[in-house]
Design a binder for this molecule. Structure first.
Ligand code: HEC
Length: 174
């Protein structure tokens, strides 16, 4: 009897560990170095998109461009509207509340990027609201707001957004 219990516990543990492993094996590590000049990304409408894997980038661009509903962005996708904020996609299990998205508040200067805050609980200080509270209504579009996905609007018009993108201090001066 004892042997069977040990065997079963062992099997359950192996199964559990292999599940955990499969989740983390496909995850990405995000550090300050993951963020460079916002304009290094691929721009669609107001948003810059990145993924280190060219195939995944293509898939992310396709989902974003066509506003495909009920579709998950590939792990490793980075979205940015303004230089000082970002969303990075992890496996859903890592941040279940946001379907895997990790929010970032960044401090940007010529010297590079500093991470001020990260996770699924980040607050946008100037708006006084958590990122997730605004992005939640767009859950059907994998938490991507754009316009018309149900999010409360931000107080920046398209012209202001593009000014902020052009003023990113990390970009090489031309
Ligand atoms: C007041 C609501 C609100 C808050 C708070 C907010 N956002 Fe957004 N966010 C929006 C809206 C609306 C858009 C779409 C803007 C557009 O494309 O015109 C957007 C766009 C974005 C995008 C581009 C992809 C997309 O969803 O369209 C990213 C990335 C993003 N926000 C990250 C963040 C992060 C990180 C925070 C917290 C630090 C945050 N947002 C806080 C409303 C909000």
């Amino acid at each position: 009897m004892k042997t069977i219990t040990t065997l079963l516990t062992g099997t359950a543990l192996t199964l559990f560990l292999s599940m955990v492993w499969s989740v983390y094996a496909q995850d990405v590590t995000v550090s300050e170095k993951s963020f460079t000049c916002i304009r290094d990304g691929h721009k669609i409408r107001n948003t810059y998109i990145r993924n280190a894997d060219p195939e995944k980038l293509k898939e992310a661009v396709r989902i974003f461009k066509n506003s495909v509903p009920d579709k998950e962005y590939p792990v490793g996708t980075i979205l940015q509207l303004v230089p000082f904020e970002a969303m990075v996609k992890h496996p859903r299990e890592k941040f279940p509340k946001s379907n895997g998205w990790e929010f970032f508040a960044l401090e940007v200067s010529e010297a590079g990027t500093k991470i001020r805050d990260r996770g699924d609980n980040v607050v946008n200080l100037s708006l006084g609201a958590p990122c997730l509270s605004c992005h939640q209504p767009a859950a059907r579009f994998d938490f991507v707001c754009e316009k018309g996905h149900g999010c409360a609007p931000i107080p920046f018009d398209d012209q202001k957004i593009s000014e902020l993108q052009r003023a990113d201090a990390r970009c090489a001066k031309k």
